[in-house]
Design a protein around this ligand. Structure first.
Ligand code: ATR
Length: 279
C-alpha cells in the first residue's frame, strides 16, 4: 500500500486528507493519506525517516514549509522561487520539493475565468508573504503586463520584487494606503493576506472605481465567501474563491505519490464546501 501524509503543527484543521482520500477512492487505489502533527524541533528527523517509515512523500504546512525546502535534496523552480515547499516526494532515493501554490492558484483562475488576461491590464497582489511570492511567479510566467504588489510592510514587497529572477521588470510596488488606486485599472485583484480569515480583520479595499470586468480573487477559504469577495460580488465583479486553489494545489502531490493525475471535480468541491460550512 502506498502512503502519504500532511505534516504541520498544529495539523488537526487540515482538509488535505479529505481531498486525497476522495481521489484514492475515486481511482480505486490501495493507498492511505493521513495527517501527522510534527513539532517544530522534530521536522528534520521526521523528514530524514520519511522513506524508512514507508511514505512516498508528504504535504507540508505551517510552520514547516521553509524547513522542508531546506532539508530537500532536490528542489524545482517553484520551490526555489518561494524558498518554501508544500509538496515533497521521493525520487531515486532523493527527497524532492515543489511549491504548488502558484500553479494551484493559476489553474483555478483559468478554470473559473478563462479570459482573465484578455485585456492585458495589470494584476494586483495584496500581501507579500509566501503565497504572494508563489502567485506573483505564476503571473510573471503567464506574461502579464504588470504585477502590482501592495503590502502593509513595504520592505517585504521590495524584497519579493528583488527576488524574482525573471520578469522582475514587470513588477511595481504600491504603498499600502495606495491599494485602492492600484486596483482602479486592474484586470485581476488577489488577496493573499490573512485578512478575511475567521477571527482576523477584514481587508479594506475600495473596489468602487475598478473596471466592471475585473476579477477579484481571495486565497482565504474559511469562510468560503470572504467579506472581500462578498463586496466584490455586490459590486457586480466576478469572484474566484480560495477553495479552488486548495484543491488544485493538491493534485501534483497526488500524482507524484500515487501515479495518477487526479481531477478537481464539482463533487470534490461540494464535499469540501459542506465541511467548511459545517453542513
Ligand atoms: P503566507 O506565507 O501564508 O502568505 P505570511 O508570510 O504570514 O503568510 O503573510 C501574511 C500576509 O498578510 C503578509 O503580507 C502580511 O503583511 P505584513 O508583511 O505587513 O505582515 C499580511 N497581513 C497580515 N495581517 C495584516 C493586517 N492586519 N493588515 C494588512 N496586512 C496584513
Amino acid at each position: 500500500m502506498k502512503r502519504a501524509c500532511v505534516i504541520g503543527w498544529p495539523i488537526a484543521h487540515s482538509r488535505s486528507p479529505m481531498i486525497h482520500s476522495y481521489w484514492l477512492r475515486k481511482h480505486g487505489i490501495d493507498g492511505a493519506y493521513t495527517k501527522i502533527a510534527v513539532e517544530p524541533d522534530r521536522i528534520e528527523s521526521f523528514l530524514a525517516r520519511l522513506a524508512e517509515d514507508g511514505y512516498a512523500g508528504c504535504n507540508v504546512t505551517v510552520p514547516h514549509k521553509q524547513a522542508a525546502y531546506r532539508v530537500a535534496q532536490a528542489r524545482d523552480r517553484s520551490a526555489d522561487l518561494v524558498k518554501a515547499a508544500n509538496t515533497l516526494w521521493l525520487e531515486r532515493g532523493l527527497l524532492c520539493a515543489a511549491n504548488t501554490d502558484g500553479t494551484g492558484f493559476m489553474m483555478h483562475l483559468a478554470a473559473t475565468t478563462p479570459d482573465w488576461n484578455r485585456s492585458g491590464r495589470p494584476v494586483v497582489i495584496l500581501g507579500a508573504g509566501g503565497a504572494a511570492r508563489a502567485i506573483t511567479g505564476s503571473f510573471l510566467d503567464a506574461r502579464v503586463s504588470e504585477v502590482r504588489i501592495c503590502n502593509r510592510t513595504r520592505d517585504r514587497a521590495d524584497t519579493l520584487a528583488a527576488d524574482m529572477s525573471e520578469g522582475g521588470e514587470h513588477i511595481s510596488i504600491y504603498d499600502w494606503p495606495d491599494r485602492g488606486r492600484a486596483c482602479d485599472d486592474a484586470a485581476v485583484i488577489v488577496n493573499t493576506t490573512t485578512l478575511g480569515m475567521k477571527g482576523e480583520g477584514i481587508i479594506d479595499v475600495d473596489l468602487s472605481r475598478c473596471a466592471d470586468d475585473a476579477v477579484v480573487a481571495d486565497i482565504v477559504y474559511v469562510p468560503l465567501e470572504t467579506e472581500f469577495l462578498r463586496r466584490a460580488r455586490h459590486r457586480g465583479l466576478r469572484t474566484v474563491d480560495g477553495l479552488g486553489m486548495l484543491l488544485h494545489q493538491a493534485a501534483p502531490g497526488f500524482e507524484k505519490w500515487f501515479g495518477v493525475r487526479p481531477e478537481v471535480t464539482l463533487e470534490l468541491r461540494a464535499l469540501l464546501a459542506r465541511d467548511i460550512e459545517g453542513r
